[in-house]
Design a protein around this ligand. Structure first.
Ligand SMILES: [Zn+2]
Ligand SMILES: [Zn+2]
Length: 161
């Protein structure tokens, strides 16, 4: 968190010295799931909310802060300077370069979050073959809610472990 506050402070200083901009920024580390890795929301006049992803922040720390906080902060600067510009257009890129002090290139970290949780599978068997059962089905079988029959031999499949 301290690192986050420090980085945000630095970004604000740059916005002030370079663009003569001063605005409020609140941070909220409440993004979950796979849809967003960061978000910048205008809350009102000269006030922005930057939302960050807790899991990615923990995992990539400084790299994530550098990439994503700068990215979202650049959106705030962009919204202050321009009324109609593309979200990741040339204005935004130029702001990114000013804020980060280097040529803009896409992050080389793959922040892509898995779209589907890969389910753990369990090995089951019947008279004729082996079956791979998802943990959801496995739990139903273990709790006695469901039984599954093999389509080929008709036997109820049993745990193979
Ligand atoms: Zn963006
Ligand atoms: Zn079978």
């Amino acid at each position: 968190m301290d690192l986050l506050v420090y980085f945000l402070y630095e970004l604000k200083q740059k916005a002030l010295t370079t663009y003569n901009l001063k605005f409020k920024t609140a941070l909220n580390i409440n993004l979950k799931g796979y849809r967003l890795i960061g978000q910048c929301v205008k809350k009102g006049r000269k006030s922005y909310l930057i939302r960050l992803h807790g899991k990615l922040l923990n995992e990539f720390k400084q790299e994530y802060i550098k990439d994503v906080l700068t990215h979202e902060f650049a959106h705030a600067v962009q919204m202050e300077l321009f009324t109609k510009t593309k979200p990741h257009g040339k204005e935004w890129k130029s702001i990114m370069e000013t804020l980060s002090g280097k040529a803009y290139k896409k992050s080389n970290i793959n922040y892509c979050l898995p779209k589907n949780r890969t389910l753990k599978t369990y090995l089951y068997k019947c008279a004729c073959s082996q079956h791979s059962i998802t943990s959801i089905r496995h739990n139903k079988i273990t709790r006695g809610i469901m039984t599954y029959k093999c389509k080929k031999c008709g036997q109820i499949i049993q745990p193979a472990f």
